[in-house]
Design a protein around this ligand. Structure first.
Ligand code: AMP
Length: 223
């Protein structure tokens, strides 16, 4: 089912399942999935000037400077005429304000903001067991969503690896950054009357149904 005119932000701590949900949304509704983490990792992989600058922040679990990330996002939004799901952006009130201003100028304001809520104590386990495909970016978990063959992507056969920033020391830094920098974004959107939340502890399919419900997409119909 094609869903149009949805311009949505998924907010949540690292490991809440935003990427998984955004990918499901893309497959089910055709909305474009814009993940700043994926865009930045791609820039690092290609060793672009932006990637080289971003890497030092990413490896420490810190936020990449706003001007770099905002440019990435604005370029991508400008070239996506239909709806989109932003995953991992905005991550600070400054970014949220920049995004608001940019979308306002483009006459395409946000329509939905969904907070994916998972208690902090679950996140370390989730991130520690996460394995990502080097080729296609698919995400697995050694315990909760293991691949059929350990270390091999079910989707494309690529090699799975543990992201540098999914190691325990960095995970703690990322969770602190979320608390301090990103959680105020929730209040920013609550004040604008845009914020809805879903229980991210549930199984991915259930979380997905809650999100479709918020979007007003009929649940249970075929894509
Ligand atoms: P993610 O894949 O969303 O967990 O992002 C991985 C890393 O990329 C983060 O820990 C940050 O270093 C960086 N990053 C991603 N999105 C942003 C953002 N909106 N602002 C600043 N840094 C970001």
């Amino acid at each position: 089912m094609k869903v149009e005119n949805v311009r949505m932000v998924l907010v949540g701590p690292p490991g809440a399942g935003k990427g998984t949900q955004a990918k499901m949304l893309r497959e089910r509704t055709g909305l474009e999935h814009l993940s700043t983490g994926d865009l930045l990792r791609e820039a690092v992989r290609r060793n672009t000037p932006l990637g080289a600058e971003a890497k030092a922040y990413m490896d420490r679990g810190r936020l990449v400077p706003d001007r770099l990330v905002a440019r990435l996002v604005e370029e991508r939004i400008s070239s996506s005429p239909d709806g989109f799901v932003l995953d991992g952006y905005p991550r600070s009130v400054a970014q949220a304000a920049m995004l608001d201003e940019f979308l306002e100028r483009a006459g395409r304001p946000l329509t939905h903001v969904v907070s994916v809520e998972v208690p902090a104590e679950d996140l370390v386990t989730r991130l520690g067991g996460r394995r990502t495909c080097r080729e296609c970016g698919a995400v697995f978990h050694v315990r909760f969503a293991p691949p059929r063959t350990p270390g091999v992507c079910d989707r494309c056969g690529g090699a799975l690896y543990q992201r540098e920033d999914d190691r325990e020391e960095t995970v703690r830094a990322r969770l602190e950054v979320f608390e301090k920098e990103t959680s105020p974004v929730l209040e920013f959107y609550r004040r604008r009357g845009l914020l809805r939340s879903v229980d991210g502890r549930k199984a991915p399919d259930e979380v997905f149904r809650s999100i479709l419900d918020i979007l007003g997409v009929a649940v249970g119909t075929d894509a």
